[in-house]
Design a protein around this ligand. Sequence first.
Ligand SMILES: Nc1ncnc2c1ncn2[C@@H]1O[C@H](COP(=O)(O)OP(=O)(O)OP(=O)(O)O)[C@@H](O)[C@H]1O
Ligand SMILES: [Mg+2]
Length: 451
Amino acid sequence: MGVSDKLSRNNWMYIIIILIVATVVTVLSTALTYRNATNASEDSMKLHALGIAVSLEASLSKIGHDRGNIFKTIISEGRWKGIAFLALYDKDGTIILHSNENLIGRQVQDRSIKTVAETGSAVYEYIELGTGENVFALNFPAHVQNSETILRLALHTYPFYGMVRQARLQLISISVLIVCLWGIGFFFVRASKRSEELKQAMAEKERLAMLGEMASVLAHEIRNPLGSIKGFAQYLIEQKTENKKQRTDCLNVIASESKRLERLTDDLLAYVRPAAVRLEEFNLRHLIDEVVMSVIPASDNNPAVNAVNVSGLKILNIKGIKIHIDIPENIKVTTDREKLKQILINIIQNAVDASDGNGDTEIKCELHEKEITISVKDNGCGIDRDTIEKIFQPFFTTKAKGTGLGLAIVQKLLKSIGGSIEVSSEHNSGSIFKITFARMLSANGHSMGSN
Ligand SMILES: Nc1ncnc2c1ncn2[C@@H]1O[C@H](COP(=O)(O)OP(=O)(O)OP(=O)(O)O)[C@@H](O)[C@H]1O
Ligand SMILES: [Mg+2]
């Protein structure tokens, strides 16, 4: 599993944990609101019922025995809101008065009535009516004309449950919302997983395509020199020639083609190996001189080198190619010397190659506060617009014997020392390659202030 996979998995884990916590908190707080609303409604029903009961107890005592059906009248007049029925029991459970006249005189075995008769304390309860409705009832010990009775007062819950209904609605809508959010969340997780998988599949496909391309380029690059080596070796075996010059020519080709193969493997390793940075302080001018001298033999096997030093400016003249080195003698740089050398060799070699045996190459530097820019300018063949976009691609080359790895290596090594590269070129007029990097690279890869 890759680091990015782990990161995105962790991100999803965090999102899911946050979602779970948010869901639990929201559901709990809504449930709490619902419970509080239920309690508040019950309290208000209790108060209402108690008020009616006290007032009824007083009225019943005042009226005496000539009560008619006072309960029925009270309900039909709607004197108090929400009364479902009223009943008055004696201690044995016989109904003395009832808003439903048909029930008067009946005896009931009711636990709440019994409890009130025995304890003398009010009892609250929910009762289910014959219609299926649940009503809230107060069983109240009423002292009516010297006798202990029990007043049962049942209230419709509907008028008192406004708050509860609101809280219930809130609970339902929040639950629906949460379910929808989770649904949408899962949809996105699935979609993003799917797109991640697709991305990975695409990347794998691209990697395989690139590998295939690399393999075919490599096969081509290896087959050419191998073909020459095999051909000339075969020739030497078959001809058994005594001609010394012919033998030397054949052996020269075999040696140079072997070198080409060796360079290809070196370049390949430089490109694919991880680039650990080794810092050291060194003189920039000495490094550039070293680089130029190592490039010269590659551009010409037997150069007639004339070096002229004019106040720090060194001009090397190699069979028509002039290399101007305009770098002060006293610049100290702290970075990876070997990597910078490799970078400069590739860029200067390209400049010399572009001059095709006749041109000028200028190597200059600009000092900035923390960075340094080295420019390599040639007046060679230049690079056309279409080509310039491809020059950093591995194996891209316009040279018969190039590997096309030079600039790809340059880019990789520059990245490892925190540097950058800029190219400007005009077809048939020449090119400038500018590299910028830290004058003092610190071990953590950042540039430090210089003095
Ligand atoms: N200074 C330059 N002038 C003109 N063309 C250039 C210059 N530098 C690079 N190029 C173009 O960029 C291409 C890629 O360069 P790169 O150094 O990567 O490979 P190469 O020089 O072809 O091969 P190698 O460096 O392996 O010998 C070259 O083939 C050439 O076409
Ligand atoms: Mg090159």
